[in-house]
Write a new protein. Structure first.
Length: 293
């Protein structure tokens, strides 16, 4: 007779007795979930709708049941966290903007044997947390940063491409190579330019094209990237989305890393090559300053 499958009733974590709530959560066990990292300024998130749309769209694709009550809970948690002003917040000059990061993690919850999905009634696990942030120094956004080319190549998965899921081992492996550099340009298995370790890319060319890499097989569709793609009328800069080869990377006249936390950061040196800061990069930077205050 086959042995009956029984749940674990006791466990240890780092040598100490522990309950099983964490290990049974599928986000902890399998990375079965999603997350959002949201930049708030004076308790306002300029790109909130983009984060919310991505979270809902990704949950739908992964079939994680995120309902209206769950969204209401997330918003309620955020309001509570924003109401708890930090010591730095309270001491800040009234003329200075107060910045913080709200992180949302949504997992499929606990249950299911092995990789099998839990029963349909299982509710997702929702975690919301706040951390303080200091805006990136002005000299970095003005002068630009040094960047390199990552040797590690991203995994390719057309189904998961674009989603900000909890499986971030690719990015962890890439981050090992950062060293003193601000960012790295990361490629896929076919040497196509995809993104930075923690950001998306903009490439500027002398033929007036501004290009961001297509993310059909790898990478994360960042909310800043999406915002800039959709709002060329506001920014004055039209951005084209297409595949970019490694050779095309070397031909660009300018390069910038973008995300919703640090905005638009130009690259002054890519490996041994010096790059100028494109005037269109300056236009986007000025727009982001107005957007985030």
């Amino acid at each position: 007779m086959a042995s009956e499958h029984r749940p674990l009733f006791c466990s240890f974590m780092n040598g100490a007795p522990s309950d099983n709530s964490l290990v049974f959560d599928r986000g902890f066990a399998y990375g079965d979930g999603l997350f959002e990292t949201i930049h708030f300024v004076n308790r306002h998130a300029p790109l909130w709708l983009y984060h919310l749309q991505r979270l809902e769209r990704s949950c739908k694709k992964l079939q994680i049941p995120l309902g209206k009550s769950d969204l209401a809970l997330i918003e309620s948690n955020i309001m509570s966290l924003l109401g708890e002003r930090s010591g730095a917040d309270k001491k800040a000059n009234n003329t200075e903007a107060s910045h913080c990061i709200i992180k949302i993690i949504v997992t499929r919850g606990a249950g299911g044997r092995g990789y099998a999905l839990p029963n349909p009634e299982t509710r997702p696990t929702i975690w919301v947390g706040r951390s303080e942030m200091t805006p990136i120094p002005k000299q970095i956004t003005e002068n630009g940063v040094e960047a390199g080319l990552c040797h590690y190549r991203l995994s390719e998965n057309p189904f998961l491409a674009g989603i900000k899921h909890l499986n971030r081992l690719d990015q962890v492996m890439c981050a090992r190579e950062l060293g003193h550099l601000f960012e790295l340009v990361v490629l896929d298995q076919h040497d196509r330019v995809i993104e930075g370790v923690k950001s998306n890319l903009l490439l500027f060319y002398k033929d007036d094209n501004v290009v961001t890499p297509a993310l059909s097989v790898a990478g994360v569709r960042g909310v800043m990237r999406q915002y800039l793609l959709e709002n060329s009328g506001e920014t004055g800069v039209e951005i084209i989305e297409r595949e970019i080869s490694l050779d095309e990377l070397y031909k660009c006249s300018g390069l910038a890393f973008i995300n919703s936390v640090f905005g638009v950061v130009p690259v002054k040196k890519l490996m041994q090559r010096t790059l100028a800061v494109d005037f269109r990069c300056r236009l986007l930077q000025r727009h982001c300053v107005r957007l985030f205050g």
